[in-house]
Ligand binder design. Structure first.
Ligand code: RIB
Ligand code: CA
Length: 315
């Protein structure tokens, strides 16, 4: 079976880290490169975390590219309150041995733009916007573009209406959706909010004799505590893991085509405005995912990364 080739732009971050595990471990996925954007943590910490994950999974050949240190035109606001100061739940790891490439993430997005490759974004879209400014056709050169971000019918996680990736750099998100020249599959909070690692499931990770299960257990403690305090959720939302699951099996989610604008000013800054009524008669630039097969997606994650039948767990 032909492997799915993917370039991932991320900001690890705990859910990014678990998403990278899924992409790096799945037999039908070939990660051609990993870009890092400022986001959950400053870019240098994100790069360090990616390098650690590559060493943990043995995939030390995958090239890593450092990207934007700040949004296009506003101050950088991290999400270290959610992911920990170091981005991996305050768990301390040895300094990675492997090093990133000299090329920037935006240049790498240009380099890897091929019809047999998917661009998957799990972070603010600064690197992608910079690549698009250099080559207006770059996103059309990818076979598919999938972006974890946005929210349509559900509330935001940074304000009443805004999701973090598009809120952190709204100008970048607006520029990407306005100039992509293609449909972007938007894996928003409408579907990711349902994709929860419940506390009872997380507790069972501890009993799995597998270094990746131990890693997942260790780094999600801080994240689960944050969700408990912030949303009274007895678990944690694995936004980016679902985006990788959708990369692997697009039948896991379903949605509708529409036009999306990103709000850049005022109280609704970062909101993904979905013109579901077609008021402005603009051609669709996004596939807005609304339904998700949660248990099947979680089974894919657990089987691939932890060699464990999720549906057999006592949740
Ligand atoms: O809003 C959730 C998204 O923002 C996820 O990608 C998370 O890692 C953060 O980047
Ligand atoms: Ca992310």
């Amino acid at each position: 079976m032909q492997k799915t080739k993917v370039f991932i732009d991320c900001d690890p971050g705990i859910d990014d880290a678990l998403a990278l595990l899924l992409a790096l471990c799945h037999p039908n996925v070939s990660v051609v490169g990993i870009g890092v954007n400022c986001g959950n943590v400053p870019v240098e910490l994100g790069v360090k975390n990616v390098l650690h994950i590559l060493e943990l999974t043995g995939q030390v050949h995958v090239p890593v590219y450092a990207g934007a240190e700040k949004p296009l035109c506003r101050d950088f606001v991290s999400a270290q309150d959610t992911h920990g100061e170091n981005g991996l739940g305050e768990i301390i790891f040895a300094q990675p041995i492997i090093k990133p490439q000299k090329m920037s993430a935006s240049e790498a997005i240009l380099l890897h733009a091929k019809a047999d490759t998917t661009l998957l974004t799990l972070a603010p879209l600064t690197n992608v916007a910079l690549a698009l400014q250099k080559n207006p056709k770059v996103l059309q050169a990818y076979g598919k573009v999938i972006s974890m971000g946005g929210a349509f019918r559900t509330h935001g996680n940074c304000s009443q209406v805004a999701e973090y990736n598009y809120w952190c750099d709204p100008e970048a998100a607006e520029y990407v959706y306005a100039n992509a020249g293609r449909v972007i599959d938007m894996v928003g909070l409408d579907v990711t909010r349902a994709f929860v690692l419940h506390a009872t499931a997380r507790a069972q990770l501890k009993n799995i004799n597998n270094p990746l299960a131990q890693f997942a257990y260790d780094i999600t403690g801080f994240y689960q505590d944050f969700h408990q305090k912030q949303e009274n959720l007895n678990g944690c939302v694995l936004n980016d893991v679902l985006a990788v699951g959708y990369l692997i099996d697009e039948t896991l989610c379903a949605g509708f085509l529409s036009h999306v604008d990103i709000v850049c000013q005022g109280k609704a800054m970062g909101q993904s405005l979905v013109d579901v009524g077609g008021f402005y008669k603009q051609s669709p630039n996004a596939l807005i995912l609304q339904e998700v097969r949660v248990d099947d997606a979680m089974q894919l994650f657990w089987q691939t990364c932890f060699n464990t039948d999720y549906k057999m767990l006592k949740i």
